[in-house]
Design a protein around this ligand. Structure first.
Ligand code: MTE
Length: 315
């Protein structure tokens, strides 16, 4: 069973804490009860894994008994190429990123194309907490209490046509705010894709926050996909557009290096990345390596989606 918890309906926008408060992530950490020297990460050199002795105010664990990763690690060690290719420092670079107004346009092969404002999504769809493992293709992992809602709830509203078989997701393109997008090395904006049945699966979330907090720029900003049985690069941040499609869309990493980053990207200990093994992973803040679990431990829920497929070919 996946642990889930319904969250109370969000307060009316008049009662929402001014955005300026969220700009100060130190204030967020203090407000969340993460105080004291132990809660602040020691500076990590590039490539070193973060460690922390912080004890979360409210210890939480996933359904396998894995404790959630310290919030300071989750919010200060990020992959977010729109800001930097470094892992540390995303939070600072993203500090003034504007998350309002924010809309997500859903179109393509749908009967009712719609544009949703983030505040309407927060108010109209019940937000729940799900504790999911996040497994990066780089062989590190975290356990994170996400806040969000099932993507399927949003898709129901736009009524996909029977010809729709895939989804394409697109991140905001705004090089003024996202300095990494000025780099000609990559093909911007970041894009990702799912099969429609993967998108409709009950585990697939559109995340709006984590650790009970909305608006975490470096992790969510302000709407992000979370597909827990796939490598983290599928979980695209800062989504502004979703298209329902007949064919699989071109995606950011798959376009750059198709032999390294497949369209499916299901976590699979038996299919190595061409440059490293995927048989084991480092759980940040928890020391030694552990075995990678098939579909990141969600095989009971999702293996059926891939029945009859050769997962070495469809990696
Ligand atoms: N989404 C966008 N738009 N840009 C990115 O660079 N990085 C991906 C994914 N989503 C990325 C993105 C990768 S590689 C990973 S592992 C996760 O975000 C990291 O999420 P986190 O920073 O919340 O840990």
């Amino acid at each position: 069973m996946i642990r889930r918890r319904d969250l109370p309906a969000p307060p009316p926008s008049s009662e929402i804490t001014p955005e300026a408060v969220y700009l100060d992530r130190r204030a967020f950490l203090r407000a969340a009860g993460f105080t004291g020297a132990g809660a602040m990460l020691a500076a990590c050199g590039a490539g070193r894994q973060p460690t922390s002795t912080a004890t979360p105010a409210e210890a939480q664990a996933d359904e396998l008994g894995n404790p959630s990763t310290d919030v300071e690690i989750v919010t200060s060690y990020n992959n977010y190429y729109e800001f930097t290719t470094g892992k540390q420092g995303v939070a600072d670079l993203a500090e003034s990123f504007r998350m309002r107004p924010w809309t997500v346009e859903v179109g393509g092969l749908v009967h009712k194309p719609m544009t949703f404002a983030i505040d309407d999504l927060l108010a109209s769809l019940p937000q729940e907490e799900r504790i999911y493992r996040l497994r990066c293709v780089e062989a590190w992992s975290m356990v994170i209490p996400w806040v969000g809602f099932e993507l399927g709830r949003l898709l129901d509203q736009v009524e996909p046509m029977t010809s729709a078989a895939f989804l394409g997701f697109t991140t905001l393109l705004d090089p003024d705010q996202m300095p990494g997008q000025r780099s000609p090395e990559y093909r911007w904006p970041y894009t990702e894709g799912l099969r429609l049945d993967e998108a409709m699966h009950g585990l697939t979330l559109l995340a709006t926050g984590l650790y009970g907090e909305p608006l975490l720029r470096q992790n969510v900003a302000p709407l992000r996909l979370m597909v827990p049985w796939k490598y983290g690069f599928k979980s695209i941040k800062a989504i502004v557009r979703i298209d329902l499609l007949e064919e699989p869309p071109a995606t950011f990493w798959n376009t750059i290096a198709p032999q390294e980053y497949g369209f499916y990207a299901n976590v699979n200990p038996e299919v190595d990345h061409p440059r490293w093994s995927q048989a084991s992973e480092v759980r940040f803040g928890r020391g030694k390596r552990r075995d990678t679990l098939m579909f990141n431990g969600y095989a009971d829920q999702v293996a059926g989606l891939y029945a009859g497929m050769d997962l070495r070919v469809n990696y």
